[in-house]
Design a protein around this ligand. Structure first.
Ligand code: BG6
Length: 488
């Protein structure tokens, strides 16, 4: 099968950091169809050779084992071409159309990794140039829009030009191996299903913590913030994967229908819940791994009086028969105590305690997304040795852990999120992409929070870089009688 992948934003941060390394991995693994072309599109005037040299230079920022050797890069570079375009100029699309018509590839992928404000322009111009043919797929990066209205407007325009099955709205968290394993755990094993409900689960905690700051993306982040950057998409998609009903089959729409129901069942916000159950924070100066780091307000491109949130913690519920009353806590932030993404499922304690130490202890399932990818099941066992006497031993329980490390079990050379998703686009598999109605519901739910913040002059609570965020986040969860997993 032949393909042309046109990368709008071909000289942008995402292309350097994620897309090119992912395409190279697929090339190295032999999974990228051999008859392919990757056409980077940018504003600069570059020859193919200069573009290739730029990409080659950027690989120094990639982990050592994922960098190409000189021979590998040369073979990979043979797929790379460059086209200079001003995305507002129809003539430039005509030039692109000409380049594509040189070899009618079986599949043409238009990957729009530009600012969201350009999504509609690019799609409209593609249509004018006759580039919305049935063998074309369009990939739209997140965030798709800035709020409910802009998301609706983008989707409306794009859907006039491309059919829904040609639109690949990417959320790279869905491509993470741990998320695939979450689906496998829930729908490939019968063990947990009877327990996966309000009768047995006390609360669920979704944490996506990063120790990095906003890096060089201060100007982008200033107008985005953690709610739009992480909660509206990545965190809610994880919540869907945890909370959804088993789909009737593994087809894209069967899965997306079930995720949609979760989003529609999220408890609506009230004035009270908005002020009590949503905490926003912003990092001040602190220390990460022993190194002092600057406050968010001191980052390049950031307003020194910025109210943009770099941290969000919130509490919600899924109002349906399975989950009514079970709190779901979401927490995400930059410059936190570590890079740590996990979902913690806290089961209810036994209804009656016969062991001294049992009170307040319960089983827990931890789904680790990163840095390690695996499962932990926390159980209670009699941990005493024989010398401590039969009486004490029979009365005392200690926590023990079953630990499954998927990286060790399946090897570290696993398919990365972007690699997997790019191959899915080329093959036309939509399962791990987000449908427009899902996005709409997610924005609909997030919007009252954004509105509430607009009118809240207090701004975000400051937290020192290198901590777990403002103390209000712990106080929020403590109101329900629980604590964040790392505090227990
Ligand atoms: C991106 C956000 O979608 O996800 C970034 O825009 C964030 O701000 C990144 O750093 C986190 O992705 P990962 O895969 O490193 O957890």
């Amino acid at each position: 099968m032949s393909f042309d992948l046109v990368l709008f934003g071909g000289t942008g941060d995402l292309a350097w950091r994620k897309l090119m390394p992912a395409l190279f991995q697929a090339f190295r693994h032999g999974t990228l169809p051999a008859d392919g072309r990757i056409i980077g599109v940018g504003r600069e005037d570059l020859s193919d050779a200069q573009y290739r040299a730029q990409i080659c230079a950027k690989f120094v920022n990639v982990e050592l084992d994922k960098r190409p050797s000189v021979e590998e890069f040369n073979s990979f570079a043979a797929l790379l071409e460059y086209v200079r375009m001003d995305l507002s100029k129809p003539d430039d699309y005509a030039t692109l159309a000409e380049s594509l018509s040189l070899r009618h590839a079986d599949t043409v992928v238009m990957y729009v990794a530009t600012a969201p404000s350009l999504f509609t322009t690019v799609c409209e111009q593609l249509a004018v140039a006759g580039l919305n043919t049935p063998n074309t797929r369009v990939v739209l990066e997140k965030p798709l829009g800035h709020d409910l209205e802009s998301n609706r407007a983008i989707n409306e325009t794009v859907r006039k030009i491309f059919g829904e099955n040609q639109i690949f709205r990417i959320d790279h968290y869905l491509g993470k191996p741990a998320v695939q394993n979450l689906f496998a755990l829930r729908f490939g094993n019968a063990l947990f299903e009877p327990l996966w409900r309000r009768e047995h689960i006390a609360n669920i905690q979704i944490t996506i913590a990063e120790d990095l700051g906003v890096e060089k993306r201060g100007a982008f982040y200033e107008t985005t913030g953690a709610m739009r950057d992480m909660v509206q998409n990545h965190a809610l998609q994880l919540l869907c994967a945890i909370g959804m009903e088993p789909p009737i089959n593994s087809h894209a729409d069967a899965i997306r229908d079930e995720k949609l129901k979760v989003l529609r069942s999220l408890k609506p916000w009230t004035a009270e819940s908005l002020s009590q159950d949503v905490i926003r924070g912003q990092y001040s100066a602190g220390t990460i791994n022993g190194t002092p780091v600057a406050a968010y307000r001191e980052e390049a491109g950031v307003d020194p009086e910025s109210h943009t949130e770099t941290f969000v913690a919130l509490r919600t519920e899924i109002s349906n028969w399975r989950w009514a009353g079970v709190p779901f806590y979401i927490r995400t932030g930059k410059r936190l105590a570590g890079r740590d993404a996990r979902i913690v499922v806290n089961f209810r304690p036994t209804p009656h305690a016969i062991f001294n130490s049992q009170i307040g202890m319960a089983n827990r399932l931890v789904i680790n997304l990163q840095p390690k990818d695996g499962l932990e099941l926390h159980l209670l066992a009699q941990g005493q040795n024989n010398r401590q006497g039969a009486q004490t031993a029979s009365q005392t329980l200690a926590p023990v852990q079953l630990d499954l490390d998927f990286d060790k079990r399946f090897g570290l050379e696993r398919v990365g999120a972007y690699e997997r998703l790019l191959l899915d686009v080329i093959d036309g598999r939509l399962n791990l992409f987000v449908r427009s109605d899902e996005q709409f519901e997610a924005w609909r739910w997030v919007e009252p929070i954004l509105e509430h913040w607009k009118n809240d002059m207090q701004g975000p609570r400051l937290y020192a870089a290198g901590t777990w965020g403002p103390s209000a986040s712990s106080a929020m969860i403590a109101r329900d009688g629980f604590c964040w997993a790392e505090e227990s």
